[in-house]
Design a protein around this ligand. Sequence first.
Ligand SMILES: C[S@@+](CC[C@H](N)C(=O)[O-])C[C@H]1O[C@@H](n2cnc3c(N)ncnc32)[C@H](O)[C@@H]1O
Ligand code: SF4
Length: 278
Amino acid sequence: MTNSTKVTLAAAMTGRKLQHQMQSVRANKHAVNRDLVARKATGVHAPFYYHIHLYMPCNQKCIMCVPNGRHPKDLIPFPQFEAFFDQIKSHAEHITLIGGETLMYPWMEEVIDLLAEHKLAVTISTNGTMLTEKLIGKLLTLRELNLRCSIDAATAETYHKIRGTDWFERVTRNFRLFSEMASDYPAIRQIMVYVVMKANLHEVLAFVELAKEFSPHQIQFHPVRHVTGWSVENGTGWTFNGSEQSCESFKDDYNAAIRQAARKCGSAGISHEVMIMK
Ligand SMILES: C[S@@+](CC[C@H](N)C(=O)[O-])C[C@H]1O[C@@H](n2cnc3c(N)ncnc32)[C@H](O)[C@@H]1O
Ligand code: SF4
């Protein structure tokens, strides 16, 4: 199913559910939560959270994602996004936009303008390569934003190895700029995201040090997922063996490094999200 189809279906479903939409975002949300607690098989109230795959193309070749760089071409045409948003805007509380590289979406500024008119929280995942001063200025118009910034490395060498591009300086500069420009906006939050695998485990502490520069709202360390059995390359001169790189295969070392990273975040007063493996 293409992403445009997914949105069309979601829009149609939302349209059907609108007849059960409550008068306000809050009332609607309570109704949805009541249905969940009651374990009702079919919810009749409109959803308050939406996760939208806006744009599938991307400019990187991350070893744990699309290492050959052959990203799907699907995107949601802007008029379709507008029509979808029109159906959900009265009851949506939180929208997550994801890609591909989300900020490469050709109508990103128009999307931000549309979302900025409404009282809702927006989460955007990005690799940071397209963050310009102009785009950051736009992002600051949102009422509430969680900008999830992916790096996965504390050095240019490891960044290149994992993300397949030589853009460590570029993205750290962009994230620094975002941090400076957003400093007076308490509802605009920068969340640094580090996907952990064997090849970058040794840099988790250095990453906490680096991330301090961005005064982040939070640092998240996530173990790499769904790569067991992979044997792939991204053109940077190494072969990624998914079974060896998965954190389950070096669980004790992973847990020790992540606990240390969590302690380092704690002593620096940085909120953090980590997963300890059982
Ligand atoms: C698919 S990307 C899309 C947004 C943007 N291009 C970026 O890199 O943040 C969303 C998040 O998924 C993470 N990710 C990609 N492949 C993963 C994997 N195999 N396991 C865990 N996280 C992964 C990325 O590092 C990123 O933080
Ligand atoms: S930048 Fe994001 S979408 Fe692109 S390959 Fe990397 S993780 Fe995947």
